[in-house]
Design a protein around this ligand. Structure first.
Ligand code: HEM
Length: 411
């Protein structure tokens, strides 16, 4: 069946994608569309199909694996060499390369390693909240949700404070890439960032250090080391994947709580609910919403539909996380939902390596925000909030709030 699908990368769709996803699940759960980048992709929208696809080794990350050399030359347009680290990260690799790269970085994100960051994350959060309280009204996204994860990942990697604004600007440009024209326009800033990162790696090679970048340079697994390109693409992936997603979880999660006053008040009065609440906010907001890209290395069937070999497939996490076959009343925020087998961090071998860090940051942030800012409320009408156009992620453009209690009327 053919149904009309709006532009899934548009700000309008991002503001409430769930009615479209519900229709797709019901009427066209496996559907071929032409995407914002003008290339076709198959959308999988049912929970069972998405979960199966993420674990299926017949779906590869590296598009080249599915093509003959002649097909590769035709399919892959010219990619400048300096951009290679952006397209060759571990997220774009299959075993055995993926296994090797993931083993090297995994140690930094074990629950124990992440727990050792707790105190620092609490201090950072407290500073940001004190600043917000002093200001009275802030953009919660730019002044709280952004600086927290970006500071944490930059400190882990040893990126100097003076350079962090540059990462934010760069990250915004990358997220905004939907069409080939966006890609061309973003090239100069990508080139500058690559040059900067090369300099950072070189200086760390010369002088060493205690941070994750120094550890990655030294990391050896079974006599293996990261090559120069691999190192750059790992740093790039960690900086980008390591902050924008968590920014969206904190900001969109706060909006979900504003939308459901009862849930907000419950979490405020029962802070021990924070762990299941963050899982529910991950499910409800699905920061990685749309494009977890894979390529079929052979024919694969989902919900009875055969997808031919060599096709691009998007497992739509935002839709899977709102599938009524899996989650009762999926649009409802149920802070103690149990079980909650959401797919917000993906599944299978590419399951988010930073999940323990993202969970900890969000648990600390929501707990502190609700405790320390009792008067927190939206500073603009709900309908005026805008979402960013994006291919992979779903996130707000800004979230203006008042941090002080609303004035009460007295007669
Ligand atoms: C992979 C989501 C935070 C680093 C992924 C994937 C998802 C995801 C869905 C799998 C994509 C796929 O299968 O195609 C999220 C969400 C986050 C978050 C929702 C926050 C709320 C983080 C953080 C870091 C991180 C804090 C690191 C500091 C990575 C890396 C991968 C990844 C390196 C690639 C893993 C691999 O290919 O094996 N993330 N992420 N993420 N994430 Fe996250």
């Amino acid at each position: 069946m053919r149904i009309h699908v709006p532009d899934l990368c548009s700000a309008q769709h991002k503001s409430n994608p769930y009615p479209v996803y519900a229709r797709l699940r019901a009427e066209a759960p496996v559907m071929r569309i032409v995407f914002g980048d003008k290339k076709p992709a198959w959308l999988l929208t049912r929970y069972d199909d998405v979960a199966a696809a993420l674990k299926d080794p017949r779906l590869a990350k590296n598009a080249y694996r599915t093509l003959t050399p002649e097909e590769q030359a035709k399919a892959m347009p010219w990619t400048p060499g300096f951009l290679r680290p952006l397209t060759t990260s571990m997220l774009d690799q299959d075993p055995p390369d993926h296994t090797r790269l993931r083993t090297l970085v995994h140690k930094a994100f074990t629950p124990r390693a992440v727990e050792s960051l707790r105190e620092r994350i609490e201090v950072l959060t407290a500073e940001l909240i004190a600043r917000a309280r002093a200001r009275g009204s802030i953009d919660l996204l730019e002044e709280l949700a952004v600086p927290l994860p970006i500071t944490v990942i930059c400190e882990m990697l040893g990126v100097p404070e003076a350079d962090r604004a540059r990462f934010r600007a760069m990250s915004n440009r990358l997220i905004g890439i939907v069409t080939p024209t966006d890609m061309l326009l973003a090239m100069p800033s990508m080139w500058m960032l690559m040059r900067y990162l090369r300099g950072l790696v070189e200086s760390r090679r010369r002088s060493g250090g205690n941070d994750m970048l120094a550890a990655l340079i030294d990391a050896e697994e079974a006599g293996d080391r990261l090559g120069e390109e691999e190192l750059l693409s790992m740093v790039m992936l960690l900086l980008l994947a390591g902050h924008e997603t968590t920014v969206n979880l904190i900001a969109s999660g706060m909006l979900s709580l504003f939308d459901d006053h009862e849930a907000l008040e419950r979490l405020r009065s029962e802070p021990s609910l924070i762990k299941p609440a963050v899982e529910e906010l991950l499910r409800h907001t699905s920061p990685v919403d749309l494009a977890t890209e894979r390529y079929t290395t052979e024919e694969v069937a989902f919900s009875g539909h055969v997808i031919p070999k060599g096709q691009r497939v998007f497992a739509v996490l935002g839709s899977a996380n709102h599938d009524e076959q899996m989650f009762a009343q999926p649009e409802r925020l149920q802070l103690d939902r149990d079980p909650n087998r959401h797919l917000a961090f993906g599944s299978g071998i590419h399951y988010c390596v930073g999940a323990p860090l993202a969970r900890l940051e969000a648990q600390i942030a929501f707990t502190a925000i609700l405790k320390e800012l009792p008067g927190l409320r939206l500073a603009v009408p709900r309908a005026s909030l805008r979402w960013k156009p994006a291919t992979i992620l779903r996130g707000l453009d800004q979230l203006p709030v008042h941090c002080t209690p609303a004035p009460t009327c007295s007669i």
